[in-house]
Ligand binder design. Sequence first.
Ligand code: ADP
Ligand code: MG
Ligand code: MG
Length: 875
Amino acid sequence: LKQVYSFTEGNAQMKSTLGGKGANLAEMTRRGLPVPPGFTISTDACLAYFQSGNQITAELEAGIHMALSELEQKTGLVLGNPERPLLVSVRSGSVNSMPGMMDTILNLGLNDETAEALSNLTGKPAFAFDCYRRFIQMFGNVVLGIESHYFESLLIKLKRKHGWSNDQEVTADGWKQLIGDYKQCIKRMAPIDFPQDVKEQLRMAVEAVFRSWNNERAKVYRKIHQIPDSQGTAVNVQIMVFGNKGADCGTGVVFTRNPSTGEKRLFGEYLTNAQGEDVVAGVRTPLPISALADEMPDVYNQLVQSAEQLELHYKDMQDIEFTVEHGKLYLLQTRNGKRNAQAALKIAVDLVKEGILTKEESLQRIEVSHLDQLLHRGLDEDAVTELLGTGLPASPGAAVGQVVFDADTAVEWSQSGKKVILARPETTPEDIHGLLVSEAVITSRGGMTSHAAVVARGMGKPCISGCEEARIVPDDKKFTIGQRTIEEGDWVTVDGASGRFFAGIVPLKEAEMTPELLQMLVWADEVRDLKVYANADNPQDAEIARKFGAEGIGLCRTEHMFFAPERLAVIQRMILADRTEARIEALQELLPMQRSDFEGIFRQMAGLPVTIRLLDPPLHEFLPKLPELEHRLAQIASDAGAAAEETELRRMIRKVHELHESNPMLGHRGCRLGIVYPEIYEMQVEAIFQAAAAVMDEGTSVYPEVMIPLVGHAGELQVLRSLVDDVGQRILGTHKGKCAYKVGTMIEVPRAALTAKQIAPYADFFSFGTNDLTQMTLGYSRDDAEGKFLSHYLDQKLLPHNPFEVLDTEGVGQLVEMAVTNGRAVKPQLKTGICGEHGGDQESIFFCHQIGLDYVSCSPYRIPLARIAAAQASV
Ligand code: ADP
Ligand code: MG
Ligand code: MG
């Protein structure tokens, strides 16, 4: 099996073998773009390394040897040769881009001898020995695991001693001195001598990249992004080009379009006379790419052309790393650029308009995370408070939180329910757990492509980077800006879109639909098969749902209407009633309240179906909790005038005891209430039909769909369906012909799914209540599982997802599919849909499409997402 590929042998399709970076380096080489030559050690080689107990196999050894000889022939340089030294970079490259997760080693091949040679050959001793010390530092850090601050502090000490304020001023002798210090540091900490044998350097570097696949940061990243641990990483070995040889050299990063706005114009940053990650590290603040047009117009034009070529080739916005050596441009990496939601939508729409993508292709590009972001918040500009400072608008969105200065505190505070904003001089991959829990990030150093910026954009969090006026001092737990000092715990508001942040809490505004999103939704509606309904319990939600494009209401939970205080008193009276007559009396009081809610919803949803679920939760949920009642009782017991109230309280307490159940979720709820207290369901159905008749009289068409919850046996539905039909007969009267109402059931008890054939004759529709269906199929209590054991299951990968978020298609999905098939066998026109939490989840929506459901129903804010996901499923 071939384990090593020259860049001339691979192509973009070979990602799984060559990793993303290697595959694209090969593709660019193939397209004649200026890529320094090199070779890729495959992911297979990495896996073989792990399998042989972290040993480089003889086969790989031979493969590397051959590829290296070839490279030496091609370049006329030889690794370790003191006359013509070959220097290489060793770069990790996994299949999915894992930014900042694994480290690159530059200038490998330098030792005491070849460093002298490089100095003589170039006539630039300061350059040569800077390269050498950088190499020792990276090697010491990445391969030998010595924390970089040891090296940093030696450098700072050196500069201080000589009064140098930046690296550019350091002389060759200065670097030589530092090299001596570095070697000692390695000898003390590693503890080995820094290897002078260049073959040994290469072998150790390759192994370090392999092993970095299993470092903690990489593991965390894979877990968050669901990248399989079994992939392994490739290693790229590439000859060095130097951006740090003088003023006609430099290094930078460009995006072919603006990753924050999507605007079609080269966007990026560069630094002259710099190497490698100087741009990303935020040590010096880089120049905008437009400045390159003035400084090196030829290079700039060539960069523009290459960028265009790459974008057309990949049919997507590219993120390109480049280096300029003595006025010659080299491309070191290209990949599909990360972007925020607004940019993603704009780019996807623009690429269709430019004729580069079809609308189906561009729909596939839309990521759920982007839609989540787009539907994010901004600042209420009219209410802004004191402006503290402005940095780079690195990732949009607005957030409010309390300032913390380190990742661990961020985690601690967020676990105790606080909203935190992480403020750091800069961030590194070690801070990832802190970024994850923060509402937003502020850094004082680094540009738009700094670590904090890239990671925050990926996570869809607001980020302000490079706010140089802020002096952030984590050790003192405070930062100063102008005359102001902000301390740990102080509230600030961050606007990532403009780069401004404010003292205190600024009210935030909900997101709006952009023209690009609206365009994409129009295209989505053209291709999707699934209809998208909303879960909406009141006229206000219905209005929002309709704005977002709901084609009906898939779930209206009537009980939510009962919790308003004046209604709660009535429903409590209904529950406390000992006799049916008393209960009916209370119900008659509730009736007009329900009716007016339904009227409001019917008006909002004019012409569209409205699925109303009859009362579902156990009745005790409407009564106060026992301790509260007892507390109240104790308070009034001594009060002479409160006898009537006391009797009432005692009655309530008795009722709460009566209604107590060990497993209320498996108890007296859903249609079991309707069976025992038909008068409750009768009142609700009466309210529905009275409302329908009234709204129809206004000239509006109404399509009520009455949904019976928790049916497990056909008999239950048979009884309750005839209750609905009887009330309909009575109430609708002359409207009956025009009101084509439906009666159906929620399928949420496994037995209902299993006996769909028996149930279907009584149902006009099946709506899969996948929250309960998941709970009952897995036997997990939804309210308890999360906190008690589910996280362990997810950590140990016993479950691929939280089954309450992503439908368990293998298990629960089978029940759904079976019920659809069997139900339709009996009743071909049976309408089917899903109304659980899963109705707003992309993967679950794909499944619903696959098994041929008619609709998904989700919260109003998820509707745009569901429309797009449904379209993606259809393409
Ligand atoms: P990452 O995946 O973290 O971006 P890379 O492997 O792309 O790591 O390397 C980081 C940077 O190192 C590159 O952007 C480039 O500036 C520099 N670099 C890598 N290889 C070379 C090379 N052969 N010549 C010059 N610079 C290089
Ligand atoms: Mg890196
Ligand atoms: Mg890179």
